[in-house]
Ligand binder design. Structure first.
Ligand code: AMP
Ligand code: MG
Length: 318
């Protein structure tokens, strides 16, 4: 299908400056700062070691949807702009001294223009990404529940005047979130299940089993289902985090690469590590900072979460 690359809306200097100088922008920046400070604090207390982000790599996340390719040539190689740090997380955990890591990572995903007005997509954003060795999805989900509760408490404590404007009814208690499976919700609500359930839920919830990238582990006990999970914000804000247990066995990675049509040549060194040395068994997740700030401040359009517009398929002046 031919995808439209240019979204249809005018970009003016006046509009750009209004966004840059608006009071809401400052509120959201403070919320994002509180999210990141609280996340660092939590990760440090839990013993996760921080990895610095990389913006260029010979391999990056293939994603489960198309984006415009973003790559440059340098030093005789082709380097992709980072779409996520998934493979670097796995590889970093080859170090036997490390049990768990996290990254505050800029991601560049040149989304097609059909995502310009979803309210959830920018063409670059920041992800807080974490990964544990020898832990499963249930562990990662309860870690995330604790992390979200910690962040929300900090935002309430540190920014009461901001919350009073956007969420006078306070943020939800997180505790243990309800868990659903994609196939169950799809049977109940049809193809638009995620959106419908996100709108009607009173608290965020987990959604298990998505068929997507080759690195998400297939359930050995139920082939054709996957040990991955998304955190879905309620009030219709949709997906806030994706994670999973990872494929780490060579033959299973090859099988999943065949199924997803992945480029094995581009991943040859990664595959060599998986074959010769073995990848560690890991599980983790990543959540978008802008999406969390959008949820906290109840901002319909994520492009208003940033002073600098990054709307898919549209130019920006700065
Ligand atoms: P993914 O692993 O692709 O699901 O990305 C991890 C998280 O990053 C998502 O759950 C979102 O919170 C966030 N995210 C992904 N794509 C975008 C985007 N285009 N704009 C803003 N945030 C995004
Ligand atoms: Mg996702």
């Amino acid at each position: 299908m031919q995808r439209d690359l240019i979204a249809d809306a005018a970009v003016t200097l006046e509009g750009t400056l209004a966004q840059l100088q608006g009071p809401q922008t400052v509120d959201v920046l403070k919320v994002q700062q509180a999210i990141i400070r609280a996340a660092h604090d939590f990760m440090f207390k839990k013993g996760l070691v921080q990895l610095m982000p990389l913006m260029l790599s010979p391999i990056t996340d293939p994603l489960n949807h198309g984006v415009v390719d973003a790559a440059i040539s340098y030093a005789g190689s082709r380097w992709s702009l980072t779409k996520s740090m998934i493979f670097h997380k796995q590889l970093t955990l080859l170090n036997p001294e490390l049990e768990a890591i996290y990254i505050v990572s800029p991601n560049v995903r040149l989304e097609f223009a059909d995502r310009a007005y979803t309210g959830r997509h920018m063409f670059e954003f920041t992800q807080i990404d974490f990964e544990f060795r020898n832990k499963d999805g249930a562990f990662v989900r309860s870690f995330m529940e604790e992390l979200v509760q910690f962040i929300f408490s900090k935002v309430e404590e540190e920014l009461p005047e901001v919350l009073a404007k956007y969420r006078p009814d306070f943020l939800p208690e997180i505790g243990q979130l309800e868990v659903f499976r994609t196939e169950e919700l799809e049977a109940q609500y049809g193809a638009d299940y995620e959106h419908i359930k996100s709108k009607e839920a009173e608290r965020p919830f987990w959604l298990l089993n998505h068929k997507r990238e080759f690195y998400d582990k297939e359930d050995p006990a139920a082939p054709g289902t996957y040990l991955n999970y998304d955190l879905i914000w309620n009030e219709g804000f949709g997906e806030g985090l994706s994670g999973g247990e990872r494929e780490n066995e060579y033959h299973q990675i090859l099988k999943r690469m065949d199924e997803t049509g992945s480029d094995k040549e581009a991943f040859r060194h990664y595959l060599e590590v998986a074959k010769e040395q073995g990848l560690p068994y890991t599980a983790g997740a990543g959540f978008g900072v802008e999406r969390m700030a959008r949820y906290i401040c109840r901002i319909p359009d994520i492009n208003n979460v940033t002073p600098f517009s990054r709307r898919p398929g549209m130019p920006a002046l700065f």
